[in-house]
Design a protein around this ligand. Sequence first.
Ligand code: AMP
Length: 406
Amino acid sequence: MSKKLTIDDIEVMGKKVLVRVDFNVPLKDSIITDDNRIKAALPTINYLINQGAKVILFAHLSKIKTIEDQEKYTLKPIAQRLSEILKKDVIFINQTQGEKLEKSINSLHNGEVLMVENTRFEDLDGKKESLNNEDLAKYWASLGDGIFVNDAFGTAHRTHASNVGIAKYSEIAVSGYLLEKEIKFIGNTINNPNKPLVAILGGAKVSDKINVIENLLNKADYILIGGAMMFTFFKAQGYNVGSSLYEEDKLDLARDLLFKAKGKIILPIDCIVNNSFNNQGEIQEVLIDKIPNGFMGLDIGSATLNLFAEYIKQAQTIIWNGPMGVFEMSNFAKGTSRLCQEITKNKKAITIIGGGDSASAAINLGFENEFSHISTGGGASLEYLEGKKLPGISCLTDKMESNVNI
Ligand code: AMP
C-alpha cells in the first residue's frame, strides 16, 4: 500500500480543517453509556486545537430512516460530552447544510471547535450521505480550506460523502492519529508481519469470517479456531457435534478450507458442553469426539487452551478476532479469558485484537491495556483483516504525489 499523508505532514494554523470522526457511541434515552469513541478522537482534536486550526467535526450516529430517528439521534449530547472532556466550548450546529452552518464556520477563531449535525440526517433525502452524493460531498468540502482529516476508522470500509466524498473534493486528505494507529497495527502487520504470525479466530459463524480465513491462510503460520465456528469444521469432518451451533450450508466450504490450509488450521481437542444454551445446567468438559447427543459446545476446553498456548508462546505476531465461547455467560467465558492471559503473557509479540466482540470481551475481562492494539472498528477491522482496501484509507493523499506545503 502506498504511504498516505498524516496529520503530521500538514500546516493547519488558521485554516478551516474538516475532520471526520467516529462518534457512533451507544446511547440509552439520549444518555451516552460509553464515551470511549469520543476519547479515542482526542489526540487528533487536541493537536488541531493546539496548532491553531478551526476545527469542524463531522460524525454520524446510528442509521437514520425516519423523522423520529432524527430526533433520537441528534449529535447534540455528543457535542456536550466532547465539550466536557475537552474543557472547552464546542459549537454545535443542528444543520448538515445551510446558512447558519456556513456563517458559524466562517466566524470561527483559531483553535475553536464546531460540530456539524449527524451526517446521516442526509440519508432521509435519497441516502445522500451513504451513497456518497457528489453535490453533498462538494458542498461539505467547500466549507473548509481544502484540508480534510479522516480519523474515523469505524466507517473506513464505507464510501460515504463525509469521508471518501469530502476527501475527493479537498486539496489534501490525511489520516488523523487514530486512523494512523489502525493502519500501522492492522495494515502493516498483515502485510509485513514478524513471523511466526499466529491468527486466532472465533465467534459464531464461519460464514462471517471466510474471507478473513482465506486471506490469513496466505499470511499466517497458524490459524487457531475456537467459538461456535469450530463445530462447522468438526461436522464437515464427520464428527457428532450434538446440538452445537454449526452451519449446514458451509460444510463443503469448511472441508475446502481445511484442505487448502495444509495443516495451518489448528482445531480444538476438547470443549465445554451444556444440555441447554444457558449459564447453568449439566456442564461438562468432553473430548471433541465425545460430545453427547443433546449437548452443545459453548466454550473451548482446558486441553485446547494448553495446545493453543504452545502456539501463542512461539508467536512474534498474534492477531485475534472472535471469542472462544459464549463469553457473555460466566461459565463459558474461561476460554476467552485464558486466551487473553496467554496472549498477553507473550511480551515479545505484537498482539492485536481485530475489533468487535473480542475487543469488548478483552476490555470486560480486564485486559484493556495489555494488548499492543485493540482495534476500534468492527466491520472495518474485519475487512482490513480480509486484505481489502478500505475506501476511507485509499481516498487519502499519497505521500509522493502531494505538495505538502499547503
Ligand atoms: P462474532 O460476532 O462472529 O465474533 O460472534 C460472537 C458471538 O459468538 C458471541 O456473542 C458469542 O457468544 C458467540 N459464540 C461463541 N462461541 C459460541 C458457541 N460455542 N456457541 C454459540 N455461540 C457462540
